[in-house]
Design a protein around this ligand. Structure first.
Ligand code: FAD
Ligand code: MLT
Ligand code: ZN
Length: 463
């Protein structure tokens, strides 16, 4: 098999040195650890097709991997699969400044795509803290959300077309950037969010949004999450160019300060903070100030109208993931909760978790504007053993499942989603059937069987 792979991509692009392979078999959180005989790095769509065909012939499973910043264990080989790295599928191959579109290789980083868009006088509508490592292919495969979904939607909303190799070995390609294109099934939309289970995305065509004019960023202190939900509704009506509305709680803000040594911008730290950003033209600063003045319950406000100060304001929100990870391997529950139930959910979930895991430390933050909460759980005594396979076993596994039952069970009861933006991966596989109907799952299985008939693509993920 290795000989076959070498003949496709060249000797130097089939990595077998255990030290090199090691960084590809553990996920960003350190909670999912696997093994792999090799990391293969194809340099073109044709090479990906040949790799997939060779693996299909010999029934060798593949795990597509981009920047390996995924948070649900979907991008690492948990049962000895070959890793297909997209690192050589890079490059921005076309920028159409008139149409506001670009074509990028799957292995290009999100940050590079953002820079290319800015260079052409546009902006890419998706942004997230892992921008320097996450690849554009990974963001398409996970339908990544992030900080600007409120205004621009998720990755799927930016996607005009993809080139990809299906599990059959067939290449699909639609990169012309046609905005109106109803000739047949929307394969790009289907591959987006399929988490590498249907095809390997090799290139993407993206729509860009207008470059921002004057930008205002604000950190707003409030007493309760209910006040924050009501404030965001008010701001969305009063400031139509609101792009982000993010939730931070006092515990998380203090943890970020402790772990990063950065003094909090709002000091004393209020119980709840909302980070918002709005863009011009016209300059939204006055509209934001007037809207904040008119809303009851605002305890404190910090405002930035220049980029450096904006970074300082964003720190308390953006540093959450890193600060929590420093406490040990976190259990991460990325969920959507309907707006009317969101405040009660935030209030009650810590107690639900501590009822099954009394030592648990609970950290909640997230994308308030679209109801996406990140519930993170750490344990002072350490995280328990890493997950080395798709199924969890042992005493730590039992405790973990009880926490998942508490959090995700409540999400389902509240009519939310157990996977908002990170995906199902391997972490939440057992939850798919609890969130989606039997008919939905049967439909997904039929699609999987058609596009990856031998089940060689990401066998531990989703279904
Ligand atoms: P990987 O981790 O390599 O892979 C993720 C999944 O996609 C795997 O299932 C993998 O098999 C599959 N995959 C990767 N590339 C391809 C491809 N070319 N073709 C087919 N399948 C592929 N996510 C959000 O949605 N919003 C956030 O705000 C956010 N913030 C984050 C902040 C931090 C600090 C970190 C560490 C992560 C964050 N994430 C966020 C999660 C992560 O960055 C995203 O899921 C991202 O889209 C993953 O990209 P990647 O290139 O790292 O993919
Ligand atoms: C975020 O919004 O910061 C990310 O989705 C990362 C996380 O959930 O930790
Ligand atoms: Zn997020």
């Amino acid at each position: 098999m290795l000989r076959a792979l070498r003949s496709v991509v060249g000797e130097e692009h089939v990595l077998v040195d255990p030290d090199v392979v090691a960084s590809h078999v553990v996920d960003w959180t350190g909670g999912f650890v696997g093994s792999s005989p090799a990391v293969v790095r194809p340099g073109s769509t044709d090479e990906v097709a040949e790799v997939v065909a060779a693996c299909r012939r010999d029934r060798i499973a593949l795990v597509p991997q981009g920047g390996n910043t995924g948070l649900v264990g979907g991008g690492v080989p948990l049962a000895g699969e070959v890793v297909l790295s997209t690192s050589r599928l890079a490059g921005i191959t076309e920028v159409d400044a008139d149409a506001g579109q670009l074509t990028a290789g799957a292995g290009e980083t999100l940050a590079a795509v953002q820079r290319a868009a800015a260079g052409a006088g546009w902006r890419y509508g998706v942004d997230l803290a892992a921008r320097d490592s996450a690849t554009i292919g990974g963001t398409v495969a996970t339908n990544a959300g992030g900080l600007r979904v409120l205004r621009h939607g998720t990755t799927r909303h930016q996607l005009l077309g993809v080139e990809a190799v299906l599990g059959t070995g067939d290449v699909v390609s639609r990169l012309g950037g046609l905005v109106k294109d109803n000739t047949g099934y929307d394969l790009a939309g289907l591959l987006c969010g399929s988490e590498g289970t249907l095809g390997v995305v090799t290139r993407v065509r993206l729509a860009l949004v207008p470059a921002p004019g004057p930008t205002v960023t604000s950190l707003i202190g409030l007493a309760t999450v209910a006040d924050a939900v009501s404030l965001v509704g008010h701001l969305r009506r009063a400031v139509p160019t609101l792009e982000a509305a993010e939730l931070v709680l006092a515990d998380g803000a203090r943890l970020v300060a402790e772990q990063t040594g950065v003094v909090p911008v709002l000091d004393p730290v209020p119980p709840v903070q909302v980070a918002v950003e709005a863009v011009g033209p016209p300059d939204p600063t006055d509209a934001l100030a007037a809207a904040l003045e008119a809303h009851p319950g605002v305890l404190d406000v910090a405002v930035a109208t220049d980029a450096a100060r904006a970074v300082a304001l964003w720190h308390v929100r953006e540093a959450h993931t890193e600060a929590i990870a420093r406490l040990g391997v976190p259990r991460k529950y990325d969920v959507t909760v309907p707006s009317p139930r969101l405040a009660r959910f935030v209030e009650q979930v810590p107690d639900l978790i501590r009822a099954v895991d009394p030592d648990a430390q609970v950290w909640i933050f997230g994308h308030l504007g679209d109801g996406n909460l990140h519930v993170n759980v750490t344990t002072p005594s350490g995280p328990g053993p890493p997950r080395t396979g798709p199924l969890r076993t042992g005493r730590a596994g039992v405790a973990r499942d009880a926490v998942a039952d508490a959090v995700l069970g409540r999400v389902v009861a509240d009519g939310g989603s157990v996977s908002a933006e990170h995906g199902i991966g391997t972490a939440k596989r057992s939850w798919l059937v609890r969130d989606r109907s039997a008919g939905d799952v049967a439909g997904m299985r039929a699609i999987k069987a058609a596009l990856d008939p031998d089940g060689i693509l990401n066998p531990n993920v989703l279904l």
